[in-house]
Ligand binder design. Sequence first.
Ligand SMILES: Cc1ncc(COP(=O)(O)O)c(C=O)c1O
Length: 402
Amino acid sequence: MSAAPIYFDNNATTRVDPRVLEAMLPFFSEQFGNASSMHAFGAQVGGALKRAREQVQELLGAEFDHEIVFTGGGTESDNTAILSALETQTGRNEIITSAVEHPAVLALCDWLQKTRGVKVHRIGVDAKGRLDLDAYRKALGPKTAIASIMWANNETGTLFPVEQLAELAHEAGVLFHTDAVQAVGKIPLDLKNSEIDFLSLSAHKLHGPKGIGALYVRRGVRLRPLIRGGHQERGRRAGTENAPAIVGLGKAAELALQYMPEELGRVRELRDRLEQGIVARIPRCLVNGDISQRLPNTSNIAFEFIEGEAILLLMNQHGIAASSGSACTSGSLEPSHVLRAMNIPYTAAHGSTRFSLSRENTQEEVDRVLAVMPGIIARLRELSPFWQDDAPASAEFKPSYA
Ligand SMILES: Cc1ncc(COP(=O)(O)O)c(C=O)c1O
């Protein structure tokens, strides 16, 4: 009998928690009402949406439940915040973002630059993926409509000092948005004590359903809707609410808060066991990202002189799922824009593999992966025309452990 598959790709998406599914099910059957209806069927659903809003509010540490606007996911939340900032502030046509954002922000910025003449400042990062703070400060100005910097990078897990970045933005009179799709549910957040104006989240990264998310909009900050129509979400996002998914997001948020100590404890320990085990067993590998400022579940490891795609294929044969970059960029043979922005040498960037764990993983799974990884890497290196046992490490390429 073959062993159960191992899922270490939780930054791509997570399994819906059975308790989330259970909470959703009645909203496909007996609780089918439209929340806007003036009868008991509607009121039942309206109450459930209110509860879900409070659950998300609590996870974010937001002050008011009406600061939460339900959307169709992280991408829609990012688009809404950025486009709104441009539309509500005439005369401001510059955006500040980072070179390592998710395409949900970067592709929108590229499009705005090409079609609307918006000037986009893409702030660079250093070799550990840390933002160039001086360049960020310098870019802020009277023409900036919004600064949008992610809370945690999806590929490396590197955390950005977004609370400080929001304060700097406000000192310059600039709105601040953060794509926190990878941070929400993995690290504690306390928005009421921050100056962040907008925050994006997505349910499917925290054991909730796909196609539902939220945009946090600080009280008093103007929002121009992306989708116009009915008066749902206080006129900020039109369309009959996706009640089952919203209820699922609410339950997922409640569970994420409950499991936060485990995320910061057991999940982090599993990640460290995996990472340190790999580095100890396999020569010439490097941990990408800022090890001291990182999500507890993510490890991005570069195996020098081999291709990430080949590693994933062989891992898949052993029933292990990981990723060679973000789900959106894999499929192209170029190293990801994140690793390129970090100036990771080509020979290492190509072999970078992302392991992202969750509360559903176990030590037994980590140990099974550790047992097979050295063989997988050795086999691929034997086939690699570039690999020599005694090849000198490239100058910039210094293994961070070992
Ligand atoms: C950092 C980040 N932002 C945005 C998104 C997009 O979220 P969604 O899939 O909910 O549209 C993702 C998903 O991969 C992400 O990792």
